[in-house]
Design a protein. Structure first.
Length: 57
């Protein structure tokens, strides 16, 4: 699973969406709805990549 940052172009709400990489491809046809206003005028933001490795101890 990957976490993507999004922003609603209607109300300006920023939010995160956790989806699989294969599901992310479907956003070109149907972007995720805004949790605040429900509109699908959202866009993915460019964000830094991070990864957390499991602890050995």
């Amino acid at each position: 699973m990957a976490v993507y940052e999004c922003e609603c172009q209607s109300c300006g709400q920023r939010f995160e969406v956790s989806v699989s990489m294969s599901e992310h491809d479907s956003w070109k046809r149907q972007p995720p709805p805004c949790p605040k206003c429900g509109k699908v005028t959202t866009r993915q933001l460019v964000s830094a990549f991070s990864c957390k490795a499991p602890s050995k101890y």
